[in-house]
Structures are given as structure tokens and as C-alpha cells.
Design a protein around this ligand. Structure first.
Ligand SMILES: [Zn+2]
Length: 132
């Protein structure tokens, strides 16, 4: 386990900066809603969005962008619960975000399968794990 000095290694946040810049915003606060704690709260629901893409890799990238953009507008969304599947094949849903548990109970907000360190939500979020 790495210490907090690794927090400056934050490759996960280029997407957030790009989204904020596209919206004409900025600032130092967290840009993406933190994931909901483990377990499903009472009254848990999901929403399904449809879109087209030329292939699975582009679809995943677009889905991550949609989820992050929605979480900017609606911080109550559980970003870490976002998943992608081919249309009408919900049994093949794959999570969009890593969600690895961190040393202080946080969850990694980077995309699923990302290389390097895990990263807690927000620009100042903790980085941990075995990075490159
Ligand atoms: Zn991670």
C-alpha cells in the first residue's frame, strides 16, 4: 500500500477537467459525485440510456462521459454504480468505474480496468495501490 504522497499521480482526472472546461466552469471542489457506500439503499433504482457507437470501445468511452456529465448535474447519482451493456442484454452489463476500496473507505473513481494507481473522487482525492 502506498502513502498519500502518491496523490499527485492523478491521470484519472483529465476527463473531469475536459468536461468542466466544456461547460465553461472550473474551481477546486470535487467534480464528480462520490460513489454510494457499499450496499443498496432502500428505494434503489437504475436508469438506462440508449445511444449508438461504432464499437464497444467507443461505446464505453461515451458511456463514461455520459455518466460523469450526469453526475456533475445531479450529484445524488451513484456514479460508481454505472454500467454499460449492449442494448437489450442487461445480463451482460459491465461496470464503467473501478470502485476498488481505498485505505480510508473511499472508492476508486477511475474507469474500470484502468492502469496505475486507484484514485478517490475529486482533484484532491487520495491515490493508492501499485502504480507504474
Ligand atoms: Zn481503480
Amino acid at each position: 500500500m502506498r502513502d498519500r504522497s502518491m496523490r499527485d499521480n492523478r491521470p484519472a482526472y483529465w476527463r473531469q477537467r475536459r468536461v468542466v472546461a466544456a461547460l465553461g466552469g472550473g474551481g477546486d471542489g470535487p467534480l464528480v459525485a462520490p460513489p454510494v457506500a457499499a450496499g443498496r439503499p432502500e428505494g434503489w433504482f437504475t436508469v438506462h440510456l440508449g445511444f449508438t457507437a461504432p464499437g464497444p470501445a467507443v461505446a464505453r468511452e461515451r458511456a463514461v462521459g455520459y455518466a460523469e456529465a450526469l453526475s456533475l448535474l445531479c450529484p445524488e447519482l451513484a456514479l460508481g454504480a454505472s454500467a454499460l451493456s449492449p442494448a437489450d442484454a442487461w445480463h451482460r452489463a459491465e461496470r464503467l468505474f473501478c470502485g476498488a476500496p481505498g485505505p480510508d473507505g473511499e472508492r476508486c473513481a477511475d474507469v474500470a480496468g484502468h492502469p496505475g494507481f486507484h484514485h478517490a473522487p475529486g482533484p484532491g482525492g487520495l491515490g493508492w495501490g501499485d502504480g507504474d
